[in-house]
Design a protein around this ligand. Structure first.
Ligand code: 5AD
Ligand code: SF4
Length: 346
């Protein structure tokens, strides 16, 4: 195992069987995390990029079996912010909190058609900020329009590369179409963010290895990885949560194989383990996305229960995040945090 970790650290490549061996072996999480931490330091430095997350609508036309926003969850109070409210939050995040990237996230809400989204993007881009969208599957033309309006990055997790599993848990959706969306985002000239869930019932270690290889194959610019957290108002009610340690290991291996990308310490990690984000920062992560959505709406953006910092104000969330970053000897970046490609032998 030591040799495999050294190979990953030096060459940033592993064969599928080698990845599987590392994922299956229980005893090597600390060594993989430490190697990922060194690679993170070498390739992207000690700065942590903060991205202000605005959850602007929790309406969703999809019905993903794991997600609290799924359309069949009638218990959820739905909300959508208007253009002014979204802009005001973005302005506060940029001007008062000093954040350099705005992330607009929502369910797949048909109310926000392409024209409405572009108007919002253009308005936010009058602030000196990078802009990320996380609003689901769109057409190639729509991604191009977002780019023209000023969108810099797009997050669309593949969730799992196991097609059968994906189509079982995301009913009515097509894995091929999702993969095509990632290609369309890239072709539009937008930075590509993807990622996966760890711990879906029926998910195999082999498919997690494939997920990591997929991220490398599509040359992702950002990868977000989080454990599944079971939501009681979904068909996965009663299933087991994903394991924090396994999610952390998948993230650390992703850093080893994609050394120069941006990797967030995800909220789901923090929700499953009290020091989850700090441990992620020490195992390859270099991004945190503090939530700046107003407290009154945050409670309704319930992808999963206990979503960390749900009841905190934007300022309290940011203060907590700063404390975490400095506690592990890291600093906050003051640029917009685009991927800086480092050329290494792939
Ligand atoms: N647990 C953990 N993550 C979840 N997501 C959705 N539902 C859950 C859950 N129950 C993640 C998905 C989605 C992202 C926005 O949130 O991976 O892409
Ligand atoms: Fe909608 Fe995304 Fe939740 Fe699926 S994971 S139901 S697409 S918000």
């Amino acid at each position: 195992m030591k040799e495999l970790i050294a190979k990953a650290e030096q060459t940033h490549t592993l064969l599928r069987g080698e990845l599987i061996a590392l994922l299956e072996d229980d005893g090597n999480l600390d060594a993989i995390s430490a190697a990922a931490d060194r690679v993170r330091h070498k390739f992207v430095g000690d700065e942590v990029h903060l991205r202000a997350l605005i959850e602007f609508s929790n309406f969703c036309k999809n019905n993903c079996c794991y997600c609290g926003l799924r359309r069949d969850n009638k218990k959820l109070t739905r909300y959508r912010l208007n253009e002014n409210m979204i802009f005001n939050l973005a302005e506060y995040a940029v001007k008062q909190m000093g954040l350099k990237t705005i992330v607009l996230q929502s369910g797949e809400d048909m109310f926000f058609d392409c024209d409405k989204m572009c108007a919002i993007i253009r308005k936010i881009k009058t602030l000196d900020t990078a802009l990320t969208l996380s609003i689901g599957e769109k057409t190639a033309e729509e991604y191009q329009a977002y780019k023209q309006a000023g969108c810099d990055r797009f997050l669309l997790r593949i969730e799992t590369t196991d097609k059968a599993l994906y189509e079982r848990y995301d009913p009515g959706m097509s894995w091929e179409r999702r993969r095509q969306c990632l290609e369309d985002i890239r072709s539009a000239g937008i930075e590509v963010g993807s990622g996966c869930l760890v711990g879906l019932p029926g998910q195999t270690i082999e498919s997690l290895a494939d997920d990591i290889l997929f991220f490398k194959q599509i040359d992702a610019d950002m990868i977000g990885i989080g454990p599944l957290i079971v939501h009681p108002d979904t068909p996965l009610k009663g299933a087991k949560n994903g394991k924090f340690e396994l999610a952390l290991k998948v993230m650390a291996l992703t850093r080893l194989l994609l050394p120069d990308i941006n990797i967030p310490a995800t909220t789901a990690m923090e929700t499953l383990a009290p020091d989850g984000q700090v441990r992620a920062l020490q195992a390859g992560a270099n991004v945190i996305m503090p939530n700046v959505t107003l407290t009154e709406y945050r409670q309704y953006y319930e992808l999963y229960p206990g979503k960390s910092s749900t009841n905190y104000s934007a300022d309290k969330t940011l203060a907590d995040v700063r404390a975490k970053i400095t506690s592990v000897g890291r600093c906050i970046a003051d640029d917009k945090g685009f991927r800086k490609r480092v050329f290494y032998c792939r």
